[in-house]
Ligand binder design. Sequence first.
Ligand SMILES: [Zn+2]
Length: 283
Amino acid sequence: MSRTPPADAESRRAVPPVLCYPLDRLPQPDMALMSLMRDSLTPAGTVTVPPRDARVLSARAGQVVRILSVEGPQVGDLNLWAANDLSEKFYSGKTRQLHGTHVTTGDRLWSCFPFLRPMATLIADTLAWYGTDPHGGRVHDVIGTRCDPYTNRLLSGDDYHHCCHSNLTRALAEYLGISVTEAEPHVHDVLNVFMCTGFTQDSGQYFMKQSPVRPGDYIEFFCEMDLLLALSACPGGDCGAEHSSDTAKCHPLRIEVYDPDPDLLARWVPPQPGGYDRTHGAG
Ligand SMILES: [Zn+2]
């Protein structure tokens, strides 16, 4: 097979891109209402996620969840499920297609098929200032999956048991009172909270770099349904060097849950599952 470019290679490359999913066709969250609700929040609970470990908690529809950096820079891997049906879970790939490789205030975390509805709406992000750095890196990644012992074994030949995949599996098993074997299939691709990533310009490879997060930084999201959340404090710490080992300095993460004013919450309209009839042309 020839690798010689065709005569019209440059003109083929010069064709302008088209956005796959124009955002103006998406149902938009009522950010003015979200802003009012943010001003009305009262604390409803706190969970601390230890380093190289994960915790699961539930949050009701209408509650606000804040993931907070404490003590030192730390990346977190987040899974979401509908509390009453674990088959409805966060779909990072579709979220990426809809909002881009990284998410921030105003973006939503979408559920898998056949539901495809917002599970949560991001309403605050203290790292929104970061934008795109000179390497093409951005923060709050929905391109990486989660560090896991299978890839680690493949690449290093070693077994490491505190990758985010394993942390999420253990925490879910403990929360639900099931075995890790039963819990593992529920763990899915994550929102990499605070993680700074991108693709190299020359080879298109996935890269990570030291997160700009500092203690006091947070992201906040409004729960669009009753949720089960799992958050792992990644063994990569700030992910500035390596993960899948005990090498990096790691810190806890804090999850805070808040209740908005009930009168404001009464104005919120819960999202419904997508309207597709699921016949798939089968007649
Ligand atoms: Zn990880």
